[in-house]
Write a protein that binds this ligand. Sequence first.
Ligand code: GLU
Length: 483
Amino acid sequence: MKVRTRFAPSPTGFMHIGNLRTALYSYLFAKHNGGDFILRIEDTDEKRFVEGAVELIYRTLKASGITPDEGPGIGGDCGPYIQSERKDIYNEYAKKLIELGGAYYCFCSKERLESLTDGAGNHKYDKHCLKLTKEEVAEKLAAGEPYVIRQNIPLSGMTEYEDMVYGKIAVDCADLEDNILIKSDGMPTYNFANVIDDHLMGITHVTRGSEYLSSTPKYNLIYKAFGWEPPKYIHLPAIMKDASHKLSKRYGDANFEDFIAKGYLPEAIVNYIALLGWSPKDDSEKMTMEELIERFSVDGISKSGSIFDEPKMKWLNGLYVHELSLEKFHEYALPWYEKSAVAGKYDYKKWDELLISRVDIFSEIPEKVAFIADFKEYDVGMYYHKKLKADPQNALVAVRAAEEALEGMDDFTHDSLNEAFAAAAEKAGIKKGLLLWSVRIAVTGAAVTPGGATEMADILGKEESLRRLKFSEELLEKAICNA
Ligand code: GLU
């Protein structure tokens, strides 16, 4: 039988890392087994519907390279793939289930239901309407009395299944309630719609969060009442914010698009979340989608929650960034240059080579280039270097020599600068290392820079480099004089 998995998000907000991981594992499982991956939108809870959330789901899957074989806007034989368009289907099956004894109409008023709450605040429906005769039900329906349809849970006995990750899950029917399957507005609840759709869409493996682990036996009673074979289940461990808190969509934790906005690459996010709850059983970490598909297996899924570790994701993102072509790097980096203090001032292309190995996420760019724009009076103590025997006195010699050399240059490139600095050092009778050290500080005013004197002067250009060398020359003269 061909494997068919699905991702069934509810459009209730943004796409959080946990949702995306569910989609990913479902996709990886299907593709590893040569199967199909289906997207279904579970939008029956109108109160929680968020405008734009459906588009966000499509966008996120596309950006992540998780491509459904069937779904809204894609097509397939089992549509529609949006639950709000399947209302009639659910009602038809609910009626069948009533005939089969697996469900019943309930006409109880809100007041009566409220009165069923015991002293401890527990609420359990008492199957009151199950006692209605067929004629009584028909009369109430004909009179237009509002109703819901409830699941008829057996009074006793165990319901159980074998989860592919968590093993045997068993629940005592006595602990279950006759939940609502069809609401008074005719819309199904999740309890019902997930069963009908997974069955009608031929889903063979259901992959979803472990919060559904213990309600699954209840859904299986519906399969049983219809005489259907339930799918296999792969419940996934929670993703944790820290040892005791789950990542939460409600609190805006770990939202996919926020990470993209911070300068993460989608393929790095996907790679990172693949490892959040699954392990390839060796220490492979950087894996492409193809490798993930190839290696994914349910026995690598852990039962315990994994902590979302942003520094680790950042590190992994860096591995992807460092491998980009300079063209691609530039494409991603450009908006960040434009947001930085050097916006519009320099030829950003010159930065790319310097930064590609030095940033892990693109949002680091403004801070990495800020020192360039931020050139002001600095502490000349920075010039001291033990090994190079550098100090403000010989730095002044170096800065003057560099100034003279640059003034005579027309062609300002990496190579010509390198040569000019070598010649200037020789002429001044100082070591080239000392000259480069001093010039780098003199043109940046910073102790740490993402490149040496040549790269820095190249980025700054002739005019700005000379302006800064002069400024540093004066600063050094003043300091020496005052010493
Ligand atoms: N709509 C449910 C959710 O977003 C899907 C659960 C499932 O996959 O069955 O949590």
